[in-house]
Design a protein. Structure first.
Length: 285
């Protein structure tokens, strides 16, 4: 192709290459939002916005019948009392509202209430396996049950599976009135489980489990020194509610005159994960 023909072809088809969403957004930014002299910044912003939109886009071929696309809080997100939902990092997750097996159970005469416990657990695990954590209010909306019904289903599941903990915001991010992962990690440690075993059971990072155990030992030592729960909370910078949970475990597991018990002291450092916990007090035979 000659140079002249290339120029003619470019003049004919080149403008069509600019018929993009990127061009539309850039024009909007430059004409409506004061980016007239900031074309490079506008380009960078638009590329990032389109990347984010791409992460939340799914095509119909990826969703199978019975599934829905939902937004969950990233499981490694750090929550805070003053942190609104808009400030959290969200991830898209594909959730199955009804599986073929559940539809078959309904066809055989089961009721939706009969399936509720397993459906709630399945949704929570599905989100968690994709890097997200649902709140029970999410599940309430998805399944069309009240929050109270969903919470009751969670309690029933834990009653049926005492060795498991469902991953939802109340447990993973220690929010609301849920069983605290901190308390549960320490209690399992006091019962003799290793850090790696605890982390797997409660869906937590082993480093977090180690931190919970170390915090407990600090609280235990201050309690032995005669400090009150409020004083311990102030000295350790640990919330008063968590301190009270740990003190409850101390009352339950440590030697008293009336109730012999056991406390397990962790070994510092990463070697703890491969060794037996060290006992401070041995329960009498």
């Amino acid at each position: 192709m000659t140079m002249r023909k290339r120029l003619v072809t470019k003049a004919m088809y080149g403008p069509l290459a600019q018929k993009t969403i990127h061009s539309i957004l850039k024009r909007e930014l430059m004409e409506q939002f004061g980016f007239e002299s900031m074309g490079l910044i506008a380009d960078a912003l638009i590329r990032r916005f389109l990347e984010i939109l791409g992460q939340f886009h799914t095509d119909r071929q990826r969703l199978v019948p019975g599934q829905i696309l939902w937004l969950a809080v990233a499981k490694d997100e750090v929550s805070g009392n003053r942190k609104t939902m808009a400030m959290h990092r969200l991830v898209p997750v594909r959730l199955t509202l009804l599986t073929p097996g559940e539809i078959g159970q309904l066809a055989d005469g089961a009721t939706y209430q009969d399936l509720l416990v397993d459906r709630v657990a399945r949704l929570l695990y599905e989100a968690f396996e994709q890097g997200g954590v649902l709140a029970l209010s999410d599940v309430s909306l998805l399944l069309g049950y009240s929050y109270a019904w969903v919470r009751k289903a969670v309690e029933l599941y834990h009653g049926r599976h005492p060795d498991k903990t469902l991953p939802y915001r109340g447990t993973i991010h220690d929010m609301g009135g849920s069983i605290s992962h901190k308390r549960q990690a320490v209690e399992l440690h006091l019962k003799g489980l290793l850090t790696t075993e605890i982390a797997k059971r409660i869906h937590h990072d082993p480093d977090n489990v180690d931190r919970y155990i170390n915090d407990f030992e600090r609280i235990y030592q201050l309690h032995q020194d005669g400090k009150t729960s409020r004083q311990i909370s102030f000295l350790t910078n640990i919330s008063h509610s968590v301190v009270k949970e740990y003190l409850h475990l101390i009352d339950r597991y440590i030697h008293t005159e009336d109730t012999p018990g056991t406390i397990v002291k962790s070994q510092k450092g990463p070697k703890r994960r491969g060794k037996k916990p060290m006992r401070l007090f041995d329960t009498p035979e």
